[in-house]
Design a protein around this ligand. Structure first.
Ligand SMILES: *Cc1c(COP(=O)(O)O)cnc(C)c1O
Length: 477
């Protein structure tokens, strides 16, 4: 830079003129007739925000003309800004990504029965910690413990904030200051910085890694067992697969080895499904019941992954171990609230009838969804938008693949149908941004210059809303 158009701190005369032309707050408020239906303090703060952003734009040399500061230009801009301030920050979106268990979009959707229960206990008093049979103080955990045990064959169980908390709690209870043996192939990072080795070090458990990344044998565990060993841990490698020349020790062999040395075995199952998903053509995943039957002492899994319930960490296992965990003071810090319990119990009860569970639990219903249903959704959306979008956007229906998500079954693409959009009046990235920033945001994915909306994860009742969103975004240019 050789010359500066103006001395630092002293804007050019034209800039100063523009700055003086910005209305004052009170002047701007006078323009608002009738006043907007919003709290006065919020209106005033939005006015300040608008005027300050104008100031900044002018100072940065944005191409602003005096006419841009007129009522005609500023009032619509203010209305948009106030509208955005009035909208809840936390709101619903349309998931066109085709990722069924999408951690960024709230993972599992709750079934109707769970929502009814949530609404009831949220607005009315409940027996959260009252034993109605004795009238004495009860335990919130007992409200779902029996159901969990019936569904899985576990002896006892409890539920905490999430699976990460469940893993920490079990390690803290059983292995603090002692050794935990785990295969090198299972030292996973789940995302959001949840890494098994780091969790262990936090609880004061000492990690003893055995085997190689691709292969671990029973003798590797056997030679690592010492006086200091507290636990053998198996971690479900949910979000990746080691393929090729690999071997893992089956849980039953690990259990037999542990029994010989009088040690407990834990499995962090991650997703934790209660029914066999291979009947939907998905890869075979061990169910919680199978893991329990294999003789594991304690198993943990998430409530909002394949189970299809609210965020929670479920812990099941031998009575003696669960009692120790319940007595750990950390349990109190990780306890679930009444909404989680209400949602979880309702979801668990659906599992007593598997067919009912598949139909009523959205996560399962979406995984089991027939191709023809998704195809019908795609055609319906195209019918609703085709005519209006025709001049500004190519609309096609394409064969695509959905993902299970939530770190479950990473190698498992599900054949699906998507409505693909190729805008003629803007780039596909601009379209993606426009949809994402709508009052009802729409998320899709970009593939080969198409924005694709996977109809597996768009509910029937959302299709008219989605059509309106698409019209809105193309009108806004
Ligand atoms: C997802 C996952 C976790 C973390 O579960 P959250 O419920 O998200 O806390 C831990 N372990 C495994 C193997 C997982 O897949």
């Amino acid at each position: 830079m050789t010359t500066k158009p103006e001395s630092a701190g002293q804007p050019a005369a034209s800039t100063q003129r523009l700055l003086r032309a910005i209305p004052k707050v009170d002047e701007f408020l006078g323009w608002l007739v009738p006043p907007p239906a919003a709290p006065a303090s919020l209106v005033k703060s939005a006015v300040r925000q608008l005027l300050e952003s104008l100031r900044q734009e002018i100072l940065k040399g944005a191409p602003i003309k005096p006419g841009d500061l007129s009522q005609g230009v500023l009032l619509p801009r203010f209305a948009a800004l106030l509208g955005a301030r009035l909208r809840p920050n936390f709101r619903t979106v349309i998931n066109g990504t085709g990722v069924v268990i999408h951690t960024n979009l709230g993972r599992s959707l709750l079934p109707e029965a769970a929502m009814e229960s949530l609404l009831a206990v949220g607005s009315r008093y409940s027996n959260l910690e009252l034993d109605l049979a004795t009238g004495k103080r009860g335990s919130r955990y007992s409200l779902v413990e029996e159901i969990l045990c019936e569904l899985t064959g576990g002896e006892a169980g409890l539920v905490v904030n999430n699976n990460a908390a469940a893993v920490m709690l079990v390690l803290d209870t059983l292995a603090k200051g002692r050794e935990v043996i785990v295969s090198r192939g299972q030292l996973v990072e789940i995302g959001g910085s949840f890494r098994i080795p780091e969790v262990m070090s936090r609880t004061g458990a000492k990690l003893v890694e055995v085997g190689a990344t691709n292969r671990t044998h029973l003798r590797d565990y056997e030679t690592a067992i010492s006086e200091e060993t507290a636990l053998l841990l198996k971690v479900h490698t949910s979000n990746y697969r080691i393929i090729g020349f690999t071997s893992e020790v089956p849980l039953t062999e690990l259990v037999a080895l542990a029994a010989k040395h009088n040690l407990p075995v834990m499995e962090d199952l991650g997703s934790g499904c209660l029914l066999d998903l291979s009947r939907f053509g998905l890869a075979k995943e061990p169910t919680v019941g199978e893991v329990v039957r294999a003789g594991v002492d304690v198993v943990t899994f998430s409530g909002d992954k394949l189970l299809g319930g609210p965020q929670a960490g479920l812990i099941l296992g031998k009575k003696e171990i669960i009692e120790q965990i319940k007595a750990n003071p950390m349990t109190r810090a990780l306890r679930i609230d009444k909404f989680t319990l209400a949602g979880l119990e309702a979801v668990l009860r659906l599992y007593f009838d598997e067919e009912k569970a598949i139909a009523a639990i959205p996560t399962l219903a979406m995984l089991a969804m027939p191709f023809s249903v998704i195809d019908r959704r795609a055609k319906r959306l195209r019918r609703l938008i085709g005519k209006e979008l025709g001049p500004v956007c190519r609309v096609e229906i394409k064969n695509i693949a959905s993902m299970v998500g939530g770190g479950s079954l990473p190698e498992q693409p599900l054949p699906s149908r998507g409505v693909a959009l190729a805008p003629l009046d803007r780039s596909v990235n601009e379209l993606e941004k426009g949809l994402r920033e709508l009052p009802l945001p729409v998320l899709g994915r970009i593939e080969d210059d198409w924005l694709i909306l996977d109809m597996r994860t768009v509910a029937d009742k959302e299709i008219p809303l989605l059509a309106n969103c698409l019209k809105e975004v193309f009108e806004a240019k």
